[in-house]
Design a protein around this ligand. Structure first.
Ligand SMILES: Nc1nc2c(ncn2[C@@H]2O[C@H](COP(=O)(O)OP(=O)(O)OP(=O)(O)O)[C@@H](O)[C@H]2O)c(=O)[nH]1
Ligand SMILES: [Mg+2]
Length: 182
């Protein structure tokens, strides 16, 4: 019986507290953006993802939160599209391969170039240092320095080390995202 009351309470509170959250997921190619979207959509990890061409759009429901997700391609020829998909979202998710040290400078350049767009002023930013299941990954405090996240002062910024493969830290990532809903 308590279970019945709990679920009725959850249903009623869902009517009042249901939220919408629109996200754009960007970052260099092969950082794990599509893997992130797959895992939060279906809870399923799969090695067999193909590079995204242009973008994918997904709509998912997690508890009382409905998320609309733009998964944008990361290859150089697609990066000029990032601003268009980030415009008007509740949060930008920037995914970094935390092992790919050779491309950290490029990731920092592309991130700050994007955030400098006047249309994106104030949009909250979540940076994910992905692939922390692999040995040699860069810890979150180093990523914050390398990507110069401490210099961003015009918006809320968070950074987590995580893994789509092991799903480490995805609970706090989802919690952060649900708090961006309206
Ligand atoms: N070990 C490990 N591999 C991962 C993880 N996340 C993604 N990968 C692998 O990284 C590769 C690229 O993943 P994608 O999700 O396609 O990357 P993407 O950022 O969507 O790439 P583009 O669509 O080209 O921009 C794939 O081989 C994934 O299996 C992770 O957390 N751990
Ligand atoms: Mg992709």
């Amino acid at each position: 019986m308590p279970g019945f009351f709990t679920s009725v309470f959850q249903w009623i509170s869902g009517l009042f507290w249901s939220k919408q959250c629109e996200l754009a997921v960007v970052g260099l190619q092969a950082s794990g953006k599509t893997s992130f979207v797959n895992v939060i959509t279906s809870g399923q990890w799969s090695e067999g993802v193909v590079p995204t061409v242009a973008f994918n759009f997904r709509k998912i429901r997690r508890g009382n939160v409905t998320m609309k997700v733009w998964d944008v391609a990361g290859q150089p020829k697609f990066r000029s599209m990032w601003e268009r998909y980030c415009n008007g979202v509740d949060a930008i998710v920037f995914v970094v391969d935390s092992l790919d040290k050779d491309r950290f400078n490029t990731a920092r350049f592309e991130l700050h170039q994007l955030l400098g767009q006047p249309t994106l002023s104030g949009v909250p930013l979540l940076v994910l240092g992905n692939k922390n299941d692999l040995e040699g990954c860069t810890p979150v405090n180093e990523l914050i320095k390398i990507l110069q996240l401490d210099r961003i002062s015009d918006r809320p910024v968070s950074c987590y080390s995580c893994s789509m493969k092991s799903q480490h830290n995805l609970d706090i990532v989802l919690e952060w995202l649900s708090n961006r809903g309206h």
